[in-house]
Design a protein around this ligand. Structure first.
Ligand code: NAD
Length: 252
C-alpha cells in the first residue's frame, strides 16, 4: 500500500471547537499524521496547542465566537496569514440544549441552529475559496447519530445535525469537481462535555450504555483514525458521505 495515503505532512488543518472533547481528539490525530493545526474556540485555552507542539507540529489558537458570522473572515485570514493555506477544515464546534419540545424556546432553537448548521455552511464557503485556488481540500463536518434519529428533548440539535448531513451532500455535489471532498462523521455516544448531563443521570447512562454493542461510551481518540482518513489522500474518491462511528449503536 502507498505509504503516503494517510500522510498529512505539510498540510494545514483548521479545527473549530478544538479546546476539548472530540475537537481536541481529532486535532491531535491530524497533528500525529503530520498536519499543522489552527485551533479556534470561544474558550481561552492553549492546552491543545501545547499538546500539538509536543508532537513536533506547529499550532495557533484563535479565540472567536463562531456563533457570530463576523468571526469567520478573521479566523480564515489569520490561519492563512500564519500557515499560508488551509488544506483541511474540521467543522466540529457545536452545542446542545435539552428541553422538552413543548417548552422549547426560540433562543435555544436559534443558538443551536446558528452554530451547528449556519456556521458550518458559511465557514466551509469561506475556506473553500482558498482550497479552490489549489484545486484540493478536505472538509469534515461533525454530524451525530441525531442526523438519523430524532433524539429525546433536543429538537434543535436533531434539526441542526440533520442539516449538517444535508449540507455535506449539497456541498459535495457542487465542489467534488473542484477537488474538494466534503464528508461528515456521525459520532455515537461519546464521553465529553456534550454528554455530561446524560452521563450523570444514572438511569439514562445505564440505558444508553446497555444499547451500545461495543459495551462502552466512545472517546475522543475513537475519531482520530476516521478524521485522518477523511483528511488524507486515502479518501480522495469519498464524497458526501456520513460516516458513523458509534460502537455499533445504529446497527442495533
Ligand atoms: P464539547 O462541548 O466538549 O465541545 C464543543 C466545542 O465547541 C468546545 O471546545 C466548545 O468550547 C466549542 N464551542 C462551543 N460554542 C462555541 C462558539 N460559540 N464558538 C466557538 N467554539 C464553540 O462537546 P463534543 O462532544 O466534543 O462536541 C464536538 C462536536 O461533536 C459537536 O459538534 C457535537 O455536537 C458533536 N457530537 C458529539 C457527540 C457526543 O456524544 N459527545 C455525539 C455526536 C456529535
Amino acid at each position: 500500500m502507498d505509504s503516503q495515503l494517510f500522510n498529512l505532512t505539510g498540510k494545514v488543518a483548521l479545527v473549530t471547537g478544538g479546546s476539548t472533547g472530540l475537537g481536541q481528539g481529532m486535532a491531535l490525530g491530524l497533528a500525529a499524521a503530520g498536519a499543522d493545526i489552527a485551533l479556534v474556540d470561544h474558550v481561552t485555552s492553549i492546552e491543545t496547542q501545547v499538546m500539538i507542539e509536543k508532537l513536533g507540529r506547529r499550532a495557533i489558537t484563535m479565540e472567536a465566537d463562531l456563533m457570530k458570522m463576523e468571526s469567520i473572515p478573521m479566523v480564515v485570514e489569520k490561519t492563512i496569514a500564519t500557515f499560508g493555506r488551509i488544506d483541511i477544515l474540521v467543522n466540529n464546534a457545536g452545542i446542545i440544549r435539552r428541553t422538552p419540545a413543548i417548552e422549547f424556546s426560540e433562543k435555544d432553537w436559534d443558538d443551536v441552529m446558528t452554530l451547528n448548521a449556519k456556521t458550518v455552511f458559511f465557514l466551509s464557503q469561506a475556506v473553500a475559496k482558498d482550497m479552490m485556488t489549489r484545486g484540493y481540500g478536505k472538509i469534515i463536518n461533525i454530524a451525530s447519530l441525531l442526523a438519523f434519529q430524532g433524539g429525546i428533548i433536543v429538537p434543535s440539535y436533531s434539526a441542526s445535525k440533520g442539516a449538517v448531513a444535508q449540507i455535506t451532500k449539497a456541498l459535495a455535489n457542487e465542489w467534488a469537481s473542484k477537488g474538494i471532498t466534503i464528508n461528515a462523521i456521525a459520532p455515537g455516544y461519546m464521553a465529553t462535555n456534550n454528554t455530561k448531563a446524560i452521563r450523570e443521570d444514572e438511569q439514562r447512562e445505564k440505558s444508553i450504555l446497555s444499547r451500545i454493542p461495543a459495551g462502552r461510551w466512545g472517546l475522543p481518540s475513537d475519531l482520530q483514525g476516521v478524521a485522518v482518513f477523511l483528511a488524507s489522500p486515502a479518501s480522495d474518491y469519498v464524497n458526501g458521505h456520513v460516516l458513523v462511528v458509534d460502537g455499533g449503536w445504529l446497527a442495533r
